[in-house]
Design a protein around this ligand. Structure first.
Ligand code: SAH
Ligand code: DHB
Ligand code: MG
Length: 244
């Protein structure tokens, strides 16, 4: 089974499932013309992110790693009118392209792009003590996956989802001798996940136009102690037992 077949199957379903439109195509063209690397999620993966946001009824979404804003637009479109996407990007050139693309897609009122190192923006988001994020999409420098995942737990709530892109990397993830910073970043996250109970996690291997890779999908099941408000939800009144 070759990459050509994987791509043909992606294209077959993209055409039938309305997974792309002229705006999204313009967005990708603008990324390409600006010389951005072709690292945006595929249309089918964008649709998956949007479906997850919809299933969660997400009102607040956090993305780490904007690039030209392609995945951000999928996520922003899945928000209700008063919903909010915060997306973090360290490269000013990428941020500039993304801002223009948000206007192109008409989602600029729902999207807040925080320019700068994600590890500098994340503590500020925590300090702002806004409502928790219902969905966090981690897709930046893979070496810091574990840091980002722990921040995601701190900024999310029980029932929120955390998605991490590119965790299979052509199968390289199982190479214990790899020195690739991306592979090491995924393995460090996986080792940490083995020792925690705050989230339930699966990894879905994927093939398609992006080659062979995978998505890690987590559901937060325990309140993070770093988020005291979420740790003590109001307790429901105990119903009186008749005849007790
Ligand atoms: N989510 C995008 C693709 C992101 S590519 C999409 O699917 O459309 C990864 C992005 O993360 C790049 O734009 C890169 O500049 C950014 N990035 C890398 N390291 C970062 C860091 N430390 N802080 C913030 N952004 C970072
Ligand atoms: C790379 C990064 C991505 O986020 C992606 O989806 C594909 C490739 C990369 O750094 O090679
Ligand atoms: Mg990615």
């Amino acid at each position: 089974m070759s990459r050509d077949v994987w791509s043909a199957v992606d294209r077959y379903f993209e055409e039938r499932l309305a997974a792309t439109d002229p705006v999204l195509e313009d967005v990708l063209r603008a990324c390409d013309q600006a010389g951005l690397p072709p690292h945006a999620v595929s249309p089918m993966q964008g649709r998956l992110l949007a479906l997850l946001a919809g299933l969660l009824g997400a009102r607040r979404i956090l993305e780490i790693g904007t690039l030209g804003g392609y995945s951000a637009i999928w996520l922003a479109r899945a928000l209700p009118a008063d919903g909010r996407l915060v997306t973090l990007e360290s490269d000013p050139a990428h941020a500039r392209v993304a801002r223009a693309n948000f206007v192109r897609a008409g989602v600029e009122d729902r999207v807040e792009l925080l320019e700068g190192e994600a590890l500098a923006s994340l503590p500020k988001l925590a300090d702002a003590e806004g409502p928790p994020f219902d969905l966090v999409f981690i897709d930046a420098d893979k070496a810091r996956n574990l840091d980002y995942f722990r921040w995601a737990l701190a900024l999310a709530d029980v029932g929120s989802a955390i998605v991490v892109d590119n965790v299979v990397r052509g199968g390289e993830v199982v190479d214990g001798d790899s020195r690739d910073p991306g592979v090491l970043g995924v393995r460090r996250l996986a080792d940490w996940l083995a020792s925690q109970s705050a989230s339930e996690v699966t990894v879905l291997q994927t093939v398609g136009v992006k080659g062979y890779d995978g998505l890690l999908i987590a559901r937060v099941v325990e309140a993070d102690p770093a988020r005291p408000a979420a740790a003590s939800p109001p307790t429901a009144p105990t119903p009186e037992e008749p005849g007790a």
